[in-house]
Write a protein that binds this ligand. Structure first.
Ligand code: HEM
Length: 230
């Protein structure tokens, strides 16, 4: 059976990649589209119940979804590169653009969003037991929220590139260097990520702005690829 032959190895990785990708980005969108606005209105005891009973569960599936999406994604890239598909081809350039965005999103999950939420969970548990609150929790949650909004923004170009790699018939010019494209990518994406780590929420406070900036970033990166490398 084809499904159980060696030739289906990449297909299996792809299938698992979709499932974990949905698990991860489904939670990301739930946080950004529903839970953050709810938490802004909720009273203290509801917030405490959310942090103690819901957040440990959502954060578990969210961060492990991110982990297995990342692992299956890079395994597919390694597999295709091993089969001789060059990483400087149109496919390689597009999938690396999506893969790098996805990897930054993974780092935002594991190094920013999860550690800060873990402290918020510990804080809610301590306060519920009558112990003193952990200082600075509000600032840590604000940092997690900026990371989460940034991931919502990045998710739009990331998914565009995931789909485009094999389904958008884009050709790159063999005479053009990829340095201008990758430099443009690094500067724009680097500045947005820097803001996630050190900067302010600013307009990302509004979910609609994160979505619009995400669509704009998709357009800008696509045009950069067409005009600087195509
Ligand atoms: C975290 C880093 C990620 C890496 C390194 C990565 C890598 C890849 C690779 C190599 C492919 C195969 C592309 C092809 O064969 O043309 C792929 C496809 C895909 N990825 Fe990702 N991915 C990542 C994150 C995500 C996330 C978070 C999602 C969200 C759902 C996602 C959704 C998809 C989809 C829908 C496809 C299917 C494209 C197709 O069938 O042509 N990926 N990804």
């Amino acid at each position: 059976m084809t499904l159980f032959s060696g030739a289906a190895a990449e297909f299996w990785l792809r299938y698992v990649h979709y499932i974990f990708g949905i698990l991860w980005i489904g939670h990301l969108y739930y946080f950004n589209f529903s839970q953050m606005a709810f938490m802004a209105e909720a009273d203290a005891s509801t917030k405490s119940a959310i942090f103690q009973k819901l957040t440990p569960r959502t954060m578990f599936w969210f961060r492990w979804g991110a982990m297995f999406t990342l692992l299956t994604g890079w395994a597919m890239i390694a597999h295709k590169a091993g089969m001789g598909v060059p990483l400087n081809s149109a496919w390689g350039t597009i999938i690396l653009s999506g893969g790098i965005l996805g990897t930054l999103m993974f780092l935002n999950v594991w190094l920013v969003i999860w550690p800060n939420n873990k402290i918020a969970i510990d804080n809610a548990t301590r306060v519920a037991k009558g112990e003193s609150a952990i200082p600075g929790v509000a600032d840590l949650m604000a940092r997690a929220a900026i990371g989460s909004r940034t991931n919502t923004l990045f998710s739009l170009p990331m998914l565009f590139f995931m789909g485009a790699a094999s389904h958008l018939p884009l050709t790159l010019s063999p005479d053009k260097s990829l340095v201008p494209y990758w430099s443009t990518f690094a500067i724009i994406v680097g500045l947005i990520e820097f803001n996630a780590i050190k900067g302010k929420m600013g307009p990302l406070q509004k979910l609609g702005m994160a979505v619009h900036f995400g669509l704009l970033l998709t357009l800008v990166l696509y045009l950069a690829m067409e005009f600087l490398a195509g």
